[in-house]
Design a protein around this ligand. Sequence first.
Ligand SMILES: Nc1nc2c(ncn2[C@@H]2O[C@H](COP(=O)(O)OP(=O)(O)O)[C@@H](O)[C@H]2O)c(=O)[nH]1
Ligand SMILES: [Mg+2]
Length: 356
Amino acid sequence: MKLILTGGFLGSGKTTAIQQACNLLLKQNIKVAVVTNDQGDELVDSKFLQGFSIPVKEVTKGCFCCNYTVLLENIGYFIKEIHPQIVFAESVGSCTDLVATIANPLAEMHPELTVTISVFVDSYLLWTIINGTSSFIDDSVRYIFKKQMEEADVLILNKTDLLNEQQSKEVQMFMQDEYAGKKIVLQNSLNPEDIQRWLSCLEKPELTKRKSLELDYEIYGEGEAKLAWLDASVRVANKKISALNASALLSQKIYEKIKAKGYTIGHLKFLINDGTEQFKISYTETSKNENYFFNSASVKASVLINARVQTTPKALQEIVYKAIDEVALQTNSTIQIQSISAFQPGFPKPTHRISS
Ligand SMILES: Nc1nc2c(ncn2[C@@H]2O[C@H](COP(=O)(O)OP(=O)(O)O)[C@@H](O)[C@H]2O)c(=O)[nH]1
Ligand SMILES: [Mg+2]
């Protein structure tokens, strides 16, 4: 069985690519499954993928590295119950050190699994970093971003559709300088042909021995702790503009408030479900503000919020509360919070660490 470890920073496009890849593979009668991962325990990614009838198991409340046993149990469950040919394991976007903490232990303890590491990079975000115009400024967060790229078997420069020709050249030149010899794939993950190319290049993994990272865990832990995590589940009822539109307005309001405070967005995701359909709304640091409109008459919707933002948990929670109050008032909606938690990830303590 092939295990495709899919890493890369928050919002780089991992879930999008996995969903598209599963879609293609299922059409070819290839059985697939996905393990999702997050520091929180109410995951937009899992519900999003399940919405496409993809089998999903979760590793919650910490990264794969710190929950190696749970990751393995989930893979074991799939092997027993689903017999997949390919399992994708999407690591949480603030996680790195996958070679030493996952790939090397698996190679030693489970040589029957063929493991590859794909790391996704938002090429537009990378371009803003190269040009010094990025608002993604914290050194320890950038350290994680850089270390993730360093340990890729295949480095996916994703979202190439957002770059013009000149920007694309600049990013490619930078990557070829920084990561000479590494396999680099340019990709638009919304394009099935690009997804097929990614899958094809994983078919024959190179047998060169992987080098694990030299990683300063103090800086890594500091970078992770710079980000606040907020997960909330809310119910929206509205008879006037439809619950879907009130929910979309809530997502927009939260995004605008975070931007107005100048906080850097890792990834801000919403999964809106009215009982018949579900929609994912996603904002990253390089997103543009958008107006969403749903031609719908649904009076009730549920909204799952996953916010990963560079600020304090308290500040993030206040923004969400304020946005809920404002949207409720403005749209004459009833918005009930079912659950909410805001926190900072704990210090990473891997179950295994095998250097190579
Ligand atoms: N334009 C463009 N957007 C993309 C691409 N890949 C992903 N996205 C968008 O980027 C956002 C974050 O994607 P997601 O897959 O959730 O990122 P993850 O956090 O790495 O799993 C979503 O709004 C996606 O639709 C791409 O290749 N091009
Ligand atoms: Mg994801």
